[in-house]
Design a protein around this ligand. Structure first.
Ligand code: SF4
Length: 383
């Protein structure tokens, strides 16, 4: 029998820091405000954090919040609306985002477009700075267009008290964010091959902390954690799994994965790997490099790809390369983007002999008993 890996003593304080940061975003925001920083809320997806950082402001991740019952935002959205949008607006209406000077977001789905309008109506004191992204990303005009969008966003940030855009500062920010993305990719690979030493909830906290912490504090800690994990021998976990979906950050749901015996060996989550898969290239025009970073994204259900087989192939490769025994899609309720693509993905997974499971979830959900039962049954099927 393979011996269980021992967690090095010095690893726990690091993991505690990631957990506290991920679980207390408000404390991070308060700390930024106390230092006199201006903070900008970053709604999904592909927020240009580097640009905000380069202008001396703090990018602050805004992906709704779990277990929040929406009452104030119910005046703006019907109950059958994506909970990521509803809980984000609810947080703002309840004052939990007090101190942000603006919120920015891309308009990549039929939920985010009305959100930008409703936000403006509900919260005139907290400007919504929309960022329109091109879907035809393969053409040169897409780069020109998106660069102009980013430039427009920079002008708005400047009006809100950000520093004037300095190309050298942006170049520096691109480098530090590229390093942070590389460290997160490394962590994802290491966490999957350390015999289940990093349970699903811990893995999520390590990655989620990047949404709220200053990159200068996050990156050195993650680098240290990666070194500690690298010093341990490779050991595949008992039930490695690939998780897909928009996000999977509910502690109760992540404990259900752990309870069923799963280790997350790879993910295709928008909040996690999809957000740090692509780096900005080197270019003498750093704003263009930032536009290139977005235009190089692919195999994402929110983005158009000329080759419809690209995404199914990507998921199959993720499962195979991570040694996963199957794939679980955590499907956000009322997310038509993910609902519509699932039949094609499932057909390909079936054709490749990869077992899969769909779990419905949303940000208002508190009881994951049914998900827990489904995961246990899935584990038995794979075991
Ligand atoms: S979860 Fe789906 S519907 Fe909601 S914002 Fe994201 S892509 Fe749009």
């Amino acid at each position: 029998m393979t011996p269980t890996l021992e967690k090095p003593e010095e690893m726990q304080p690091l993991l505690d820091w990631f957990a506290q940061t991920a679980d207390n975003p408000r404390a991070q925001l308060e700390a930024a405000l106390a230092r006199g920083e201006k903070a900008v809320g970053c709604l999904p997806y592909f927020a240009p954090e580097e640009l905000i950082h380069a202008m001396g402001m703090r990018p602050f991740g805004l992906w709704g919040t779990g277990g929040l019952s929406c009452s104030l935002s119910a005046g703006y959205f019907p109950p059958f609306y994506c909970s990521l949008a509803r809980t984000s607006l609810e947080l703002a209406l309840r004052g939990s985002l007090r101190g942000l000077c603006a919120v920015t977001g891309t308009l990549l789905c039929d939920t985010l477009r009305p959100l930008s309008q409703n936000w403006a109506a509900a919260l005139p004191g907290l400007p919504f700075l929309p960022l329109a992204c091109p879907q035809q990303r393969q053409e040169v005009y897409a780069l020109t267009y998106f660069r102009s969008q980013l430039e427009g966003l920079a002008r708005r940030l400047e009006e809100l008290g950000g520093r004037p855009l300095d190309p050298q500062a942006l170049q520096n920010s691109l480098e530090v964010y590229n390093a942070s993305r590389a460290a997160r990719r490394r962590f994802v690979a290491l966490a999957g091959w350390r015999g289940g030493l990093i349970p699903p909830l811990t893995r999520c906290q390590v990655l989620k902390a990047a949404l709220f912490a200053p990159v200068e504090e996050y990156l050195p800690r993650l680098t240290r954690l990666n070194r500690q994990l690298e010093a341990l021998p490779d050991q595949p976990p008992k039930l490695p799994l690939t998780v897909s979906g928009i996000l999977c950050d509910s502690p109760a749901l992540l404990r259900a994965f752990e309870g069923a015996g799963f280790t997350i060996a790879a993910d295709d989550l928008a909040q996690e790997s999809r957000s740090f898969r692509v780096d900005a290239p080197q270019d003498e025009d750093p704003l263009l490099a930032l536009a290139m970073r977005f235009c190089a994204q692919s195999a994402d259900p929110l983005l158009y790809d000329p080759d419809p087989a690209l995404r199914p192939r990507h998921l199959v490769r993720l499962v195979r390369e991570s040694g996963s025994r199957g794939l679980v899609l955590v499907l956000q309720q009322f997310c038509d983007v993910e609902e519509m693509e699932w039949p094609a993905l499932k057909a390909e997974l079936d054709r490749q002999g990869i077992p899969s499971l769909v779990i419905g979830a949303d940000q208002e959900m508190t009881d994951f008993g049914q998900a827990s039962t489904l995961l246990e049954a899935f584990a038995e099927r794979l075991g």
